[in-house]
Design a protein around this ligand. Sequence first.
Ligand code: UFG
Length: 324
Amino acid sequence: MTDTWLVAGGAGYIGAHVVRSLQAAGIGAVVIDDLSTGSSDRVRVPFVRGDIGNVDLVTDVLRQHEITGVIQLAADKQVAESMTEPLTYYHRNVVNLMQLLTAMARAEVDRLVFSSSAAVYGMVEAALVTEDHPTRPINPYGETKLVGEWLIRDQARATGLRFAALRYFNVAGTAAPELADLGRTNLIPMVFDALDRGEQPVIFGCDYPTPDGTCVRDFIHVEDLADAHVAAIAALDSPGAAQVFNVGCGRGYSVREVIETVAEVAGLSIEPRPSDPRPGDPAMVVADTEHISTALGWRPRHDLREMVRSAWHARSPQLSAAQG
Ligand code: UFG
């Protein structure tokens, strides 16, 4: 029987890259997406416009397309928005996940890859975060992802559902300009936007206990992240599969280093402006990637420069072509 996976949220930035990786691996894909933030232009596989909270619809889709497993990325992901709209986040990230699990149980689909986040850790104390680091999220977004993991774990215990929860670190880059991130709330797009406005980018906090005083993050190319989903699917062949994985590069870059990389790639001289720390930012969040590399044989292939380069090319193909 051919494997066909339902990619919930497959019209989004990360979801569209996941579909691309599935296709490259010879795995069939069907997308369901409500297009609240995604774009149907990104979808080149059977597509259902709809809400994963609609149990009848999702059950029908699972049965009709003889779906073997679900990759769940249909969720809201902006930390700041989650602080002002917690009910929306609990509804879309938790209630809708319950509905999706209900539809999966009805249609007897027993495999799930769940998009979780490093936001479940909250204020990180270790130099490298392992999956058993305490989970104390500091915003509703991280809380909904953690509750999502609990829901899935409990459903797995009760029903034999096999799952992998992937805790994404800082996702960046693009595999193709048409799949690029349209969101403007993360560091790299915000640096690009400042440059577009003719301004210098802002660094939120320069007195952190880090080598250059700016926050350190683990950036992961979206193409590598998408491939991790395919690796996770393979692991679900084992009965009782129930695992949580960090998905990062295992190497930290400071905000200042990221901005320097943008300057190199763009061929611009950039003098970032120091500003007050952004409330709630941990100084350093870097993944320990031992578990995913040992258990799944997955390793990232792209470095920060490739992330910045691909994002920069996607944003201004003519300008970046002229600059080589
Ligand atoms: N930053 C700046 N200037 C900017 C924008 C960001 O200095 O103009 C800094 C932030 O203060 C932070 C770092 O760049 O120190 C990274 O910020 P992002 O907003 O890009 O990413 P976060 O690490 O805050 O959050 C990301 C995802 C979340 C996820 C989290 C998990 O956006 O969804 O990683 O660790 F929850």
